[in-house]
Ligand binder design. Structure first.
Ligand SMILES: [Zn+2]
Length: 262
């Protein structure tokens, strides 16, 4: 029996485009063992597997598709009498659909995976930033407490009490003050300042009040502030807090909300 009727059937069979009597005949032929058809089926299967394995950019897997189409078309024109044009169209159409489907699936999976990876990376970056902010805040707090403890060991350090005045009678505070090193201010029960405003600390000696820094309080009315040494080492007789524009001012303009107890 001539092999000619089977020359064009392998590619069609590989993409499920054979049916009825032709399929039965071809499968009997395969069952009898045929190196030519087996090689043809193997190369079709490899091409399909390669298309499914490929990573993007995957659509179109043009070199694979063109190679297969060339093979089918070449066989078809040489043996036109054995492969009706309608089946050729159907076989090519099925093959293209399979390849496009594999490419689409690979692209779809890869796109989803990349989107998820991007999301995980963004979450990790946000978490890292948050941990770094917390760590920086903790370090700052530890530095404040360490500085205060160091000052307390020095016999020259004094504790000055502050009392709330006028708009904030319940406020209270303490200054740990060293005449050379400066000190720390701790306040409690001081209401959050209105928008655009902040509290400003003043040191008052024999001359005009000297600005000693602007500070904020947290939601529970507590605040801490590191006070630098007074220029020239002038002795401080009074610590006072006023409500000022949030940038601070060189001389007090707003109401006094706290002052040290004489
Ligand atoms: Zn064969």
């Amino acid at each position: 029996m001539s092999h000619e009727p089977f020359d064009t059937l392998a590619a069609a069979w590989a993409v499920g485009a054979l049916d009825g009597e032709e399929r039965a005949v071809f499968e009997r032929h395969l069952a009898d063992g045929c190196d030519v058809c087996e090689a043809e089926l193997r190369s079709s299967a490899e091409a399909l597997a390669a298309a499914a394995r490929s990573v993007p950019p995957m659509i179109p897997p043009s070199q694979v598709k063109e190679a297969l189409l060339r093979r089918i078309t070449a066989t078809g024109s040489a043996r036109r009498e054995t492969l009706p044009p309608r089946r050729l169209v159907w076989a090519v159409g099925s093959l293209v659909a399979v390849l496009a489907g594999a490419g689409f699936t690979a692209t779809f999976v890869a796109t989803r995976y990349e989107a998820r990876l991007g999301q995980v990376a963004r979450e990790a970056a946000a978490l890292r930033a948050s941990v770094q902010r917390d760590e920086a805040a903790l370090r700052e707090q530890i530095a404040v407490y360490q500085g205060a403890v160091d000052l307390l060991r020095d016999p020259a350090t004094q504790i000055v009490l502050l009392r709330g005045l006028g708009p904030s009678p319940r406020a209270n505070g303490r200054v740990i003050w060293h005449p050379v090193a400066g000190g720390h201010l701790f306040v409690a029960n001081l209401p959050a300042p209105p928008p655009g405003k902040a509290y400003e600390l003043w040191t008052i000696g024999d001359a005009a009040p000297q600005p000693a820094g602007v500070f904020q309080v947290d939601g529970s009315g507590r605040g801490t502030y590191r006070i630098g040494p007074v220029a020239g080492g002038q002795p401080v007789k009074v610590f006072a807090v006023t409500l000022e524009p949030e940038g601070g001012v060189p001389a007090p303009t707003g109401p006094m909300v706290m002052a040290s107890v004489k």
